[in-house]
Design a binder for this molecule. Structure first.
Ligand code: MTE
Ligand code: MO
Length: 566
């Protein structure tokens, strides 16, 4: 009897001593999983800095000059890698401490982990350029690491508690087997050996559930560590890929156009505050695609294959494409999802090669009526073959506003087809053209409830006045109108229930572009509604009937309400 408690205490004390190492592992596993997923997210979001790199960069900023000099002297050009390694090692040590702390004094381990992640968030926020999106990876890391630590610490505590319980029980069982136990203790021991279905002396020799508990804990924390490391490595590889393609893109000097676009007429742009430029800068150009992460396509490995219902299959590489006589054209691109008055429309100077010439090489067969274009990430668009073989400027574009396509706008090569919504024509990161038939295959959005064909509908928009209120007196109403590949003949404005009034049109760049319109207005005090409608060069008047964007584009007049104060 007298030896029994002391045995149990000795065993549990041993368990507690051994517990420090697993607790440290819990901290490391939790931190690795959080940081790994944070790094991977940063690479996916292409935020300016990964949390780890941001912390490193912040340290560089804060370090006194002698520290920087020493680092450079010690590590030479590997100083950045050494710094990142240092940050990682410090992180692991603090994570281990957090694990031990969490076991001894919950929730202080989680608090410590949270503080570390907060440092990551602060570091990210000190980087330029900073966007709020940059704080997502460290915050995600924080949530993942705190929850994982909580879970691992609980798993460990459960395992330890069961181990303690069992060591007490087996001490009793051992005592029973020795025949030195009596009374209540003996009955408890007997029931233990019954439930475990074995004689008392065998309890210690069988594979004990204590081992199972510990193994489960080791598997969980090991898995967190391994998954975290794999995620971090994938994130690093992904962002290295992004940097590599970015570097390739920046080094590209596009050839001069063999056919230059006519200069934008001086009268194409009204000088009205709040009215966007008639040619949209790349940074302001709307972006729509299904790509979670911008596809990385290295032009050196890029090629486009034209196949299907053709006489000759054609494959063209990046170098071959750039060697062709490229043509410039200004074309307005628009999304079918653009609501009346919306901003999913932009106008750019494109540089590319006519698709009709490439298709001519391939020789489409007579029964083909569609070209299914496919992107590097598997997205597809169905374009009527006529729109790619007639004399319009349907191009395989490599340049946008004087530079290589930005990555998010399709680098290195995309399609641009005047007069069709983007979802049926403007394939970015394009790698494959299959000449086929509408009755044979559906494109990505056709399978999701959108129309197989998508000619752009005539439209117009009021941009100015943009705010809901203005002062009474002379002012200007202005905006854009478009009917790509047809052109605009007139734009009219209606105020309240008055007559439709003709507006002044800016000089059109071409039939393939939107154009600006304006109307001077002596605004009387009160609340007024302002409505716009366009008429195309072939006489179509924009309908006021409201249609949803699904399945083939919105219709209806854009109308704004203005409060004119006296
Ligand atoms: N690869 C790919 N290309 C794509 C899309 C896409 O999801 N994936 N979206 C299309 C749609 S719906 C539109 S409106 C235009 C938008 O082009 P932008 O992002 O350059 O403005 O791209 C088109 N090309
Ligand atoms: Mo779109």
């Amino acid at each position: 009897m007298s030896s029994e408690p002391s045995l149990a205490v000795a065993q549990s004390r041993r368990g507690r001593l051994r517990g420090a190492a697993p607790a440290g592992l819990a901290g490391i596993g939790a931190a690795a999983l959080g940081v790994g997923l944070g790094e991977l997210t940063a690479a996916f979001l292409q935020t300016t800095a990964s949390p780890i790199v941001a912390v490193g960069a912040l340290l560089i900023d804060l370090a006194p000059p002698w520290a920087k000099d020493t680092a450079i002297a010690l590590f030479g050009t590997a100083d950045k890698i050494a710094l990142i390694a240092l940050v990682a090692v410090v992180l692991l040590v603090v994570a281990a401490i957090a694990g031990v702390l969490e076991r001894a004094r919950p929730p202080w381990g989680r608090v410590l982990i949270g503080l570390i992640a907060a440092i990551g968030a602060v570091a990210v926020a000190t980087r330029t350029p900073f966007s709020p999106l940059d704080t997502v990876p460290p915050l995600l890391a924080m949530v993942v690491a705190v929850l994982t630590l909580q879970f691992l610490a609980k798993t460990l505590a459960d395992a330890e508690q069961r181990a303690r319980q069992r060591s007490r029980e087996s001490a009793v069982v051992v005592a029973v087997a020795r025949g030195s136990a009596v009374g209540a203790t003996g009955r408890a021991a007997a029931s233990v050996s019954e439930t475990e279905g074995s004689a008392g002396v065998e309890v210690e020799s069988t594979a004990t559930p204590a081992g199972v508990d510990r193994r489960r804990f080791l598997i969980y924390s090991g898995a967190s560590l391994v998954v975290g490391v794999i995620a971090a490595a994938s994130g690093a590889a992904l962002s290295a890929g992004t940097r590599a393609v970015t570097a390739v893109r920046e080094a590209i000097a596009l050839p001069a156009a063999a056919v230059k676009a006519a200069a934008v007429p001086a009268g194409a742009q009204f000088d009205i505050p709040g009215l966007p430029p008639v040619v949209t800068p790349n940074a302001d150009f709307y972006r729509i695609d299904t790509a979670l992460s911008v596809p990385l396509v290295n032009p050196e490995g890029w090629s486009l294959r034209i196949h299907g219902l053709v006489d000759n299959e054609v494959t063209i590489t990046w170098d071959e494409l750039l060697a062709l006589p490229l043509e410039e054209s200004i074309t307005t691109l628009m999304c079918v999802s653009n609501e009346v008055g919306g901003g999913l429309i932009g106008n750019a100077l494109w540089l590319g090669y006519p698709l009709r010439e490439l298709l001519k090489r391939a020789g489409p067969q007579a029964d083909a009526d569609m070209v299914l274009s496919k992107s590097a990430d598997g997205w597809t668009a169905s374009t009527p073959i006529g729109a790619l073989t007639d004399d319009r400027n349907a191009i395989l574009a490599v340049g946008m506003n004087g530079e290589p396509l930005p990555a998010e706008h399709g680098f290195p090569v995309r399609m641009v087809v005047p007069g069709l919504y983007g979802y049926v024509s403007a394939t970015k990161w394009v790698v494959d053209l299959e000449v086929t038939r509408f009755d044979r295959v559906n494109a990505y959005w056709t399978d999701r409830g959108w129309s197989a064909e998508g000619p752009i509908k005539i439209g117009s928009r009021i941009d100015v006045p943009s705010a809901g209120s203005l002062n009474a007196g002379p002012t200007t109403i202005a905006g854009f109108a478009w009917q790509q590949h047809t052109g605009i003949e007139a734009v009219e404005v209606q105020i309240d229930d008055g007559e439709w009034m003709p507006t002044q049109l800016a000089a059109p760049i071409s039939d393939d572009t939107w154009l600006q319109w304006k109307l001077d207005w002596d605004a009387p005090a009160g609340e007024h509604s302002v409505r716009v409608r366009a008429t195309s060069s072939d006489g179509e008047v924009q309908t006021d009937a409201r249609a949803n964007v699904v399945p083939d584009g919105a219709t209806g007049h854009h109308e704004i309400t203005v409060n004119v104060t006296a």
